[in-house]
Design a protein. Structure first.
Length: 365
């Protein structure tokens, strides 16, 4: 080993690699500086909306100056030094691979941005999820790898054939996983649920949908700090109640009853005023139009329902809570009576048995 090292011309190797290395490192330095300057300028001088083509383009080009600087530096390094044909071919492979990776990366980010922008502009007719984006990005990167292999002279036909045969074996081994993936695609395309919808399954789980991923859908129950992860196959096969469709607005009905001698016009006016105040404070909806609908002559009260419109399903418990408190206080101020059933219990007392008089002396004789 020592003899082999002595036979090497270290100075010649250093001289051979010094110039190309300096060129590549210099090009990378320029690319990193250029990338940071461009990002700093964009962040400080351009107000870009995330749902615009400009944002998609800027996000897609992130890091591109670094890659292109490396490619240019590598090309100059090859041209600057006379090297063996084998090493030249190896560096040309590296140069082509860098080009394909850069183009594939830009294309994948562009497709991801376009799909996301389309979902945001579709008025939520389609669910915005990570599943479809990940599938498209994966397909693009696989195509990039196949292009690189084809350039290397590796025939991709046997690879595709082997992938088809192996895919059948994998499909048999991963039936449950594939079922969840296709169930997730079914949920997206059928528009049954969307990100942000509040759903309840026939199996009892309920919560707000936060993501639809490859295998699972994540929901957050109302008022909980934890998440529930449900396989897509389970959701696709369950009865789903979506409280956010066809619109996210809902009507909360609160039953109330007042005494028979109440002024019903006053009751309606006071109730609506209180409901508007609560909705403006809790639901942040000062333009809400609550309704009062009398429904029944009950045994001890005239019953009616108060309809409270809300756009936040999560807040319905708090809205009912605050409304009942506020309405009770307001009724007391206005002198409106909220009756409660009164039962009069009449208990009949049995007549006390007559006392038998004590026998007199004469009677005892």
């Amino acid at each position: 080993m020592f003899t082999f090292l002595q036979s090497l011309d270290i100075e010649a190797i250093v001289e051979l690699l010094l110039v190309p290395t300096c060129i590549v490192l210099g090009a990378l330095t320029v690319g990193i500086i250029a990338d940071r300057l461009i990002r700093r300028y964009i962040n400080h001088h351009l107000a870009v909306d995330e749902s615009t083509w400009k944002y998609v383009f800027i996000r897609s080009m992130h890091g591109v100056p670094i890659f292109f600087s490396f490619i240019i530096g590598l090309y100059w390094a090859i041209e600057a030094v006379e090297i063996s044909p084998t090493l030249t071919k190896l560096l040309s492979y590296l140069l082509f691979t860098s080009n394909v990776i850069t183009i594939t990366r830009v294309l994948a980010r562009t497709v991801d941005g376009v799909v996301t922008m389309y979902f945001e502009r579709s008025n939520k007719d389609l669910p915005k999820t990570t599943l479809l984006n990940n599938i498209l990005i994966g397909v693009i990167y696989v195509m990039g790898v196949l292009v690189i292999l084809q350039y290397y002279g590796i025939s991709i036909a046997p690879i595709l054939t082997a992938a088809g045969v192996g895919g059948m074996a994998v499909a048999l081994a991963l039936q449950e996983t594939l079922a969840n993936i296709f169930a997730g695609l079914h949920l997206i395309l059928s528009k049954q649920i969307r990100i942000g919808d509040y759903i309840r399954l026939g199996t009892g789980e309920e919560g707000r949908v936060t993501d639809i991923a490859w295998r699972f859908t994540t929901i957050v129950p109302l008022g909980a700090s934890s998440t529930v992860v449900i396989p897509n196959k389970t959701i696709a096969g369950a009865n789903i109640t979506n409280f956010s469709m066809p619109t996210r607005n809902l009507n909360i009905s609160v039953p109330v009853g007042v005494a028979y001698d109440s002024d019903l016009a006053l009751v309606e006016r006071v109730t609506i005023e209180t409901a508007k105040e609560v909705l403006a404070r809790v639901d942040n909806n000062p333009n809400a139009e609550p309704l009062v609908r009398y429904t029944k002559f009950n045994d001890s009260s005239i019953d009616f329902a108060v309809i409270l419109p809300s756009s936040q399903f999560d807040q319905q418990g708090l809205i009912i809570h605050d409304f009942i408190k506020a309405l009770t206080d307001r009724y007391r101020v206005e002198g409106i009576d909220i009756p409660y059933p009164i039962r009069t219990v009449i208990q009949e007392q049995e007549d006390a048995p007559a006392e038998t008089p004590a026998p007199t002396k004469a009677q005892s004789e």
